[in-house]
Design a protein. Structure first.
Length: 364
């Protein structure tokens, strides 16, 4: 099947008219783009902001008066430095206001873009239900500023975040993702893009057992580390023939790619600007090149480990019970390289300390 996915990016670059802004705000008020923040939170935020502005203005006025009054033989001109905390608070307020206006402008553009491309837009959607490795991490999981469609090869694209830890160790992890539909389920495959890694450490939140690593040869191995369930190496070769590998290499290697069930996910960490037409050109390349090459391969794939799968099945649709044996449906987790290096570092440090102690005792 040859895909011809194309996005109209004109709504991302054309100026927003006052009529469009008003109409989009009304739709947001109706909840078209997701649930609104409760009114009491908005009122509380406004009260806090007004209080801060009044307090800062009063503090600045008072400090200026004190500074002017100090311009006597008994005063000190450096008293003006007492204005710095108040000026810093004013700067923080305006930076926050700028960020809010930028975010508002982004969702207005994306909402208009979604309308022009037959998609739907969500400002924040809690607990997206996808089988990808990112979507089971942490808590308070949510898609942010994302566009989705009930039909077509591209199902969902946008931001994603989740929270781990608590108190001082609380961390919000932010990602960008794209979810593509496959014609039917396949074994769990992960292509870890090496361009995204640091010091040989994967940027993904989960590591997988090294026994599941598969080599497809150069130049592919220089760009991706492939993982497949144990015993599914031949299946990986079947699902990633030369034309699919070529399509992957032709697309910029900024995404980690996961195939699981009847989905293909692309992951990257911010920044990824969906208001930039270049981002949508890249998604077109992935849809038309990678998915276009992969689609007939997936349609021909069979898992011979299942009874009755010796011949190619009829066309499957998304959501069809997986024609994949249980062992092939999920990769097996393993210790991350970072944890291994940490253990080696601790053992090495302890051995070095013991060596120093023994050397000192023998020298006495």
């Amino acid at each position: 099947m040859k895909f011809m996915v194309s996005f109209n990016t004109d709504p991302l670059v054309a100026p927003l008219t006052p009529q469009e802004i008003s109409a989009l705000k009304q739709r947001r008020g109706r909840g078209d783009f997701g649930p609104m923040t409760p009114l009491w939170r908005l009122v509380g935020a406004v009260v806090v902001v007004v209080f801060m502005v009044v307090a800062i203005t009063f503090a600045i006025t008072l400090k200026i008066w004190q500074a002017l009054a100090s311009m006597t033989p008994y005063g000190h001109p450096l008293q003006f430095l007492s204005l710095l905390p108040a000026l810093l608070l004013v700067l923080i307020f305006f930076l926050g206001l700028k960020a809010y206006l930028r975010r508002r402008h982004s969702w207005l553009l994306l909402a208009r873009f979604a309308d022009s491309n037959g998609m739907r837009f969500g400002i924040r959607s809690a607990e997206p239900r996808y089988p990808g490795l990112l979507f089971n991490e942490g808590r308070s999981r949510a898609s942010t500023l994302h566009l989705f469609s009930p039909t077509g090869v591209l199902a969902d694209v946008g931001g994603y975040e989740y929270v781990t830890g608590s108190g001082r160790n609380r961390t919000t992890h932010r990602w960008c993702f794209a979810a593509f539909r496959l014609p039917h389920p396949v074994p769990h495959l992960l292509l870890d893009a090496k361009a995204n890694n640091t010091w040989m450490l994967t940027n993904l939140p989960k590591a997988f057992a090294s026994s599941q690593r598969i080599s497809l040869g150069e130049p592919f191995d220089s760009h991706y580390q492939l993982y497949a369930p144990e015993g599914y190496g031949r299946d990986a070769f079947q699902l990633l023939p030369p034309n699919v590998m070529e399509a992957l290499l032709n697309a910029p290697a900024v995404y980690d790619i996961e195939m699981v069930d009847d989905w293909l996910f692309c992951y990257t960490q911010p920044p990824q600007d969906l208001t930039d037409p270049a981002t949508w050109r890249l998604l077109e390349t992935i849809a038309n090149g990678v998915l276009g090459s992969l689609d007939p391969v997936v349609n021909r794939y069979t898992d011979s480990r299942l009874p009755g799968q010796e011949t190619a099945p009829a066309a499957y649709g998304p959501g069809t019970p997986a024609p994949v044996a249980p062992l092939g449906r999920r990769l097996r987790s393993g210790p991350s390289l970072g944890l291994v290096l940490l253990i080696i570092g601790v053992i090495g440090s302890a051995a070095f300390f013991l060596f120093i102690q023994l050397t000192y005792l023998l020298a006495r």
